[in-house]
Write a protein that binds this ligand. Structure first.
Ligand code: G6P
Length: 610
């Protein structure tokens, strides 16, 4: 996590750096800082606790002049959020450094450097790097060689950028485990953790690869591989088809992103389905060969993306008849497991940079899996670059930390994968046509579900003073309930749990009383009657029910039960459709509670540390 921006220009860079940080705030937002070499060759630095807006204010009140600088927005790992722990970190007012990632051997380095007389002012692992570089430069190395030598001593993950007051035209940066991209301008060059930060200044980008170093000046950029050999990396010119990351008429990004779902799902389907078939070439040139030999699927993901994997398990086993396991990446990467023959690894990720998912993919590639595929929202991300196949979700930039449109577009991509695998396993042309027809209907159905917004807002009032909530579903709706509970806890801070409704009597029923609202998703599927019996058990114990149910499900509002009805939908797309009301419910509860909806406390959008 954490976001880095750097600029080497011939004009003032403070405003560019702060604007870049604002666009990176999704990566962390507990403190921020900027360091610029001024026209007298001194490093000027401001750091502030809190969001980038606070730093912006400081830079407005006490401007930092200069045309070369680095900046950072932080998500605390080592040391609490504070001004001292905020980046940039300085050594002897000569070097300033920003870092994203974790240095695992920082304690040992701290001891060594303290013995050499360095005084630490923060609790961060990062401060060790800047003093280490300083100690190497004292022996006569220039900034670039010192960074290279320092990096050799670092264990862990990092994306970093460094400046030295005696080299006022250079920024040195290095990437190992955390993303870094160079942005190229005319007479100015930039770097950032994500191209989003630099879209206001350029549309030409170079993505550094693992182990790469780069030296930027206003007029040049040089890239070196891990061995220090000069290398060329591909230049990518981005067109402006990327959707805008503005809030528009909406009060929060999250609400805007919920409302964008019909449109971005249309975009995700475009070019991937015909009237009655999936267009398999959209999965990539190797797709046919890989799918032909796939006998099992292993899904790996984190957070919301893990929940879409859980939905996929029901689809891939239930419809395609292919064995499918799903595991959170942080567990997968540290346990021993049996690799089934001809298994396709599928990673799912909005950002494509989640540290655990990426590490799990890299591990899987060494273990004899047949092939790798990612379902991802960021085309230039590490997961896309390192997987054999990539199926892009076309959700556009998702700014709200709580994922919404990324989740539903992932589900669409997973339906496409299900059909592709199913066709190799006896799924008939008629069935394929029926499923594709459901997908064609999906955007319109979602637009209709969004019209329930006001009734859901009304319903949310019942949650605002509660401390706990239970989310129930059965079958493929269980992961939908899981995602509903995650949304509520992330943004409203209400403790929410989800259960497959059949498990109620094995424990959670003991929690049920009038203080515990119970949310259920109840499409008209083969498990409806079973779900109804489970919900009766809740009502009999005084629990208050909030049910999102199919028009024909036989539920109606009454004493202790509020029902919001949805039109009947094809079973295949029901998980996507029933997700929407749960997103809206969490959103409205959070607004009522007055929390920071788009940037909930302690969380970050892109988790690039373990
Ligand atoms: C963080 C985000 C979640 C996201 C998860 C996985 O926790 O706050 O919204 O689901 O990371 O991220 P990914 O980018 O891999 O989908």
């Amino acid at each position: 996590m954490c976001g880095i921006v750097g600029a080497a220009a011939r004009r003032e860079v403070a405003a560019i750096l702060v604007e870049g940080l604002k666009r990176l705030e999704y990566r962390g937002y507990d403190s921020a800082g900027v360091a610029i070499i001024n026209h007298q060759g001194e490093i000027g630095c401001h750091k502030r606790l809190g969001k980038v807006a606070v730093l912006d204010q400081a830079v407005t009140e006490q401007p930092l002049a200069g045309s070369l600088g680095i900046a950072h927005t932080r998500w605390a790992t080592h040391g609490k959020p504070s001004e001292e722990n905020a980046h940039p970190h300085l050594s002897n007012n000569e070097i300033a450094l920003v870092h994203n990632g974790i240095i695992e051997n920082h304690e040992q380095l701290r001891e060594q450097l303290t013995a050499q007389g360095y005084v630490f002012v923060s609790q961060t692992d990062t401060e060790t790097i800047v003093h280490l570089i300083h100690s190497i430069m004292k022996k006569g190395e220039d900034l670039f060689s010192a960074v290279k030598l320092a990096v050799e001593q670092l264990e862990g993950a990092f994306g970093l950028a460094v400046i030295h007051k005696n080299e006022p035209e250079r920024i040195v940066c290095a990437r190992s485990g955390s993303p870094l991209v160079l942005g190229l301008g005319i007479g100015e060059n930039f770097l950032a953790s994500d191209q989003l930060a630099l879209r206001q200044v350029t549309d030409r980008f170079i993505y550094l690869e693992e182990g790469d170093f780069a030296v930027l000046s206003p007029d040049s950029y040089d890239i070196y591989d891990a061995q220090g050999e000069p290398v060329k990396r591909k230049l990518v010119q981005l067109t402006d088809k990327t959707k805008s990351a503005d809030k528009g008429q909406y009060r929060h990004y999250m609400l805007k992103e919920i409302y964008e779902q019909p449109e971005v799902i249309k975009d995700t389907l475009r070019g991937r389905i015909s009237k009655d078939k999936i267009l398999e070439q959209a999965f990539g040139a190797q797709a046919k060969e890989i799918f032909d030999k796939t006998k099992a699927v292993q899904i790996i993901a984190c957070g919301t993306s893990y929940h879409s994997g859980m939905v996929a398990k029901y689809l891939i086993e239930g419809i395609a008849g292919v064995p499918c396991r799903v595991e959170v990446a942080s567990e997968f990467r540290y346990r021993k497991f049996v690799v089934q023959d001809d298994t396709l690894i599928v990673t799912i990720s909005q950002s494509g940079e989640t540290a655990d998912t990426l590490a799990a993919l890299r591990l899987a590639k060494t273990l004899g899996y047949a092939a790798t595929m990612t379902i991802c929202n960021v085309a230039q991300s590490s997961l896309v670059r390192e997987s054999d196949l990539a199926l892009m979700t076309e959700a556009g930039p998702e700014v709200g930390v709580a994922s919404t449109k990324a989740f539903t577009t992932q589900l669409v991509a997973l339906v496409l994968l299900t059909i592709a695998l199913g066709k190799r396993n006896g799924l008939s042309a008629e069935k394929e046509a029926e499923m594709v027809s459901s997908l064609h209907q999906l955007p319109q159905i979602l637009s209709e579900v969004l019209t329930l917004d006001q009734s859901i807002e009304k319903m949310s009032e019942a949650f605002a003073d509660k401390h706990n909530a239970l989310f129930l579903g059965r079958g493929v709706q269980w992961p939908v309930a899981m995602e509903g509970a995650l949304k509520l806890k992330e943004i409203s801070y209400i403790h929410a749990e989800s259960y497959p409704a059949g498990e109620l009597k094995h424990g959670p029923l003991a929690l049920v009383d009038s203080e515990m609202p119970i949310v259920a998703v109840a499409p008209n599927d083969e498990l409806l009657e079973k779900l109804k019996s489970n919900l009766e058990e809740v009502q009999a114990r005084g629990g208050e029910l909030f049910v999102f149910a199919d028009n024909n499900s036989g539920f109606s509002s009454g004493d202790g039960i509020t029902v919001i009805k949805l039109a009947p939908v094809p079973e295949l797309i029901a998980p996507i459709v029933y997700t929407i009301p749960l997103q809206l419910l969490s959103y409205h509860v959070a607004v009522l509670k007055g929390t920071d909806v788009d940037q909930p406390r302690n969380l970050a959008k892109s988790v690039t540390v373990e």
